[in-house]
Write a protein that binds this ligand. Sequence first.
Ligand code: PRX
Length: 635
Amino acid sequence: MSNYHIKHLEEYFQVYRKSVRNPEGFWEEVAEEHFHWRKKWDTVLEWDFSKPEISWFKGAKLNITENCIDRHLRIRGDKTAILFEPNDPNEEAEHITYNQLHERVCKYANVLKDQGVKKGDRVVVYLPMIPDLAIAILACARIGAIHSVVFAGFSSTALSTRINDCGAKMVLTSDGSYRGKKIIDLKAIVDEALESCPDVKTVLVTKRTGGEVTMKEGRDIWVQPLLDKAYLDCVPEIMDAEDPLFILYTSGSTGRPKGMVHTTGGYMVYTAYSFKNVFQYREEDVYWCTADIGWITGHSYIVYGPLANGATTVMFEGVPSYPDFGRFWEVVQKHKVTQFYTAPTAIRALAKQNLDFVTDYDLSSLKVLGTVGEPINEEAWHWYNDHVGDKKCPIVDTWWQTETGGILISPIPFSTPTKPTYATLPLPGIQPALMDETGEEIKGNQVDGRLCIKFPWPSIARTIWGNHQRYKDTYFSAFEGKYFTGDGALRDEVGYYRITGRVDDVIIVSGHNLGTAPIEDAINEHPAVAESAIVGFPHDIKGNALYGYIILKETGEDRNRDNLKKEINELITDHIGPIAKLDKIQFTEGLPKTRSGKIMRRILRKIASKDTANLGDTSTLLNPEVVESIIKESL
Ligand code: PRX
């Protein structure tokens, strides 16, 4: 029996039982048989969730790029590693072989070194979905620098906050980016961000759109001429298994974004293992994940997981609606994609279009379909299954988080029978628990509760950059001895898990994780605003949309409401990015508060979703009368 590749349900159960009985033995076998280590570990696992401290493969030495690139060169040097599909369908796709990837990563790594980047330095990467993005992060990993990718749709303020938080001295970007019909001046956004980042000494710029940019002397450098001169081999830096590989920011329910720190050895083992099994990847397959590398899905399942398996991974620069809503399917047909992994929000948007956009293309190459990022509703699941998968492709509804590094709950295709809207069963090594509000574990089936994980897995984030206390408070304090996910879930009669959504103040909009606090902070900066509260409400395509309740200052009362709404959304766009714009804004006199002054979002959520019949007991509020008036105003 191979631990590494599960092929049927019986085997899944056997492997799962083994992984729970002896997690160290299980992961040691996987790590030993499938990766290249410069030195083996002294201990497989040391952990203490009360501190919390977790280390996997302590004492081991490796470089992840040797595992993702070098070791494949002998057997698959001429195989396509990255298949780049540009925004414009008339621009030719680029097939980057493992040999070419090796050379490009080495050259980029040498450029970084020449510019003074050293092991442990943080490098912020603000690049669009072009090959340089994947190459740049692998180049960082090659020399032991810690990459922190900031999604290139984020605003200059969001970018500068992240640069300053991780203390980066270098930023990698491009002149601009293409997104459908739009061209975005990325470099201008970087310039603005850097006005408040005095420590950044160097900006390397990739040319993509050819748009005009300002290059600040002594700081900004075009990267191509440096790459042209760079030496084509670069000896990999030998890293400890627990050395940080990257920092990736995610929203919290309060305050600043959290820089989740992922380390090298465990992350590699888990992303590779989960990729192989969840997508049942085979040598000749062409795998496509439509996420952006600015999110964890792109890190783990466009770059590291696939490359560690020697896979061909598609990198798509464009959007599903350009030049029309058939684009995804045109790309599937053109490259004979075998595994296709996307977000429910994209499926819902495409399902609203004429079916011809799908049926015009030959999708017979597809074997496995995946979804991630938010709960998938039944209707979208069936549309995906019927029209994209032709009822022949198992759908893997993969549940996981930035913090978990890899997929934790998912069907294994051709093994686990799927069930619409259910992420189904934990992967080997993952021990979920449902907890009640008193902190007790709820045993048995047909129950629901708060989703925790009881035992560490190799790719769990190890800390929050610069704030270990916050890591402890956020994930390990709600339920003693357990990692708390922030999600609610139910377990059905056969033990399948269904994720029901966030139980904290994080709202998932179009699959993007947004905290209420940073949005409220942005709104409150408006001179006419006294106070605000954001909640989510159901939306056909986005899953959730944002609803803002806003109290104006007396001075703001006379202002034109439409203008105010516009200005508020502009502020949000400036501070966070267009993804956080409010769909609905209600100006109100007051907000329902508990006696300790906490906003009762539960009530606001119900009003926003027009579910006011069941508001529960409001008599304990500090200001119960306000609820009636908010309901009236909302009608
Ligand atoms: O609420 C869950 C939801 O997305 C959250 C994690 O968001 P993020 O860190 O941005 O990572 C997204 C990509 C891994 C989770 O706490 N979520 C993710 N996948 C699913 C999901 N909700 C339901 N079903 C899923 N398959």
